[in-house]
Ligand binder design. Structure first.
Ligand SMILES: Nc1ncnc2c1ncn2[C@@H]1O[C@H](COP(=O)(O)OP(=O)(O)OP(=O)(O)O)[C@@H](O)[C@H]1O
Ligand SMILES: [Mg+2]
Length: 212
């Protein structure tokens, strides 16, 4: 099986007026279809930077990221990126926030709406659909952001500390749950966490990368 994403000798340095920050150095990783990979490491080691590089928001200073051509041609939404901050819009309801990606890409089909309803029910958000984001708890906001990311049915999911606002116990069970869902739907996922216990609680995944 050839990988759908190949990360080759990536390095990244931020340049600011204050100076340079060398963040990632010579990172290599193959991502195969259906894999669920955790990226673990302490705060500031470059986890979010790596996801931004894979999503294309940043360009590597050195090295290349090569995507399977089929992946790019088949579906323009081949990458779903759930950022570390949830970026929910306060002027839209929870439901309207979740619909945003589908709305922008003109994909408000019955099938997609049904999929969203199911996810909202599954994650206990359905009865809050008409609430504003500020009326939700931190964990509920993250779930809403996750459903918004899943709504576009991306081939690869990049999840940056998706459950960091949840208490420890709920985080482990939510992590287990999402791991199961991603496996069931045969999604490829990269999940960032600074918590090694969280990383190993996901079913059938492996810790592929430990950043220092
Ligand atoms: N926009 C930026 N400009 C300059 N330096 C940055 C920028 N973003 C991140 N950095 C620096 O790059 C390093 C890695 O940051 P990054 O956000 O990737 O870490 P992280 O592993 O995701 O940390 P955390 O677990 O706290 O989210 C840090 O030293 C940070 O200060
Ligand atoms: Mg981060």
């Amino acid at each position: 099986m050839s990988p759908i994403v190949k990360i080759l000798n990536i390095s990244y340095t931020y340049h600011t007026r204050e100076g340079e920050t060398k963040t990632l150095e010579d990172i290599n990783l193959d991502i195969n279809k259906g894999e669920f990979i955790s990226i673990v490491g302490p705060s500031g080691c470059g986890k979010s930077t790596l996801l931004s590089l894979i999503s294309g928001l940043l360009k590597p200073s050195i090295g290349n990221i090569i995507f399977d051509k089929l992946l790019i041609n088949n579906n323009s939404h081949y990458i779903g990126y759930m950022l570390q901050k949830d970026h929910l819009f306060e002027w839209r309801t929870v439901y309207k926030n979740i619909l945003l990606g589908l709305e922008i890409s003109n994909k408000l089909s019955q099938e997609n709406l049904q999929y969203i309803d199911n996810l909202m029910k599954q994650y206990g958000l359905y009865s809050f659909k008409n609430y504003k984001p500020s009326q939700l708890s931190g964990g509920m906001r993250q779930k809403a952001a996750l459903i918004r990311t899943l709504a576009l049915n991306p081939e690869i999911l990049l999840l940056d500390e998706p459950f960091s606002a949840l208490d420890y116990q709920t985080r482990l069970s939510a992590g287990d749950e999402i791991g199961t869902i991603l496996k069931k739907e045969n999604k490829t996922a990269l999940l960032v966490t600074h918590d090694i216990a969280e990383a190993i609680c996901y079913k059938k995944q492996h810790i592929a990368l430990y950043l220092k």
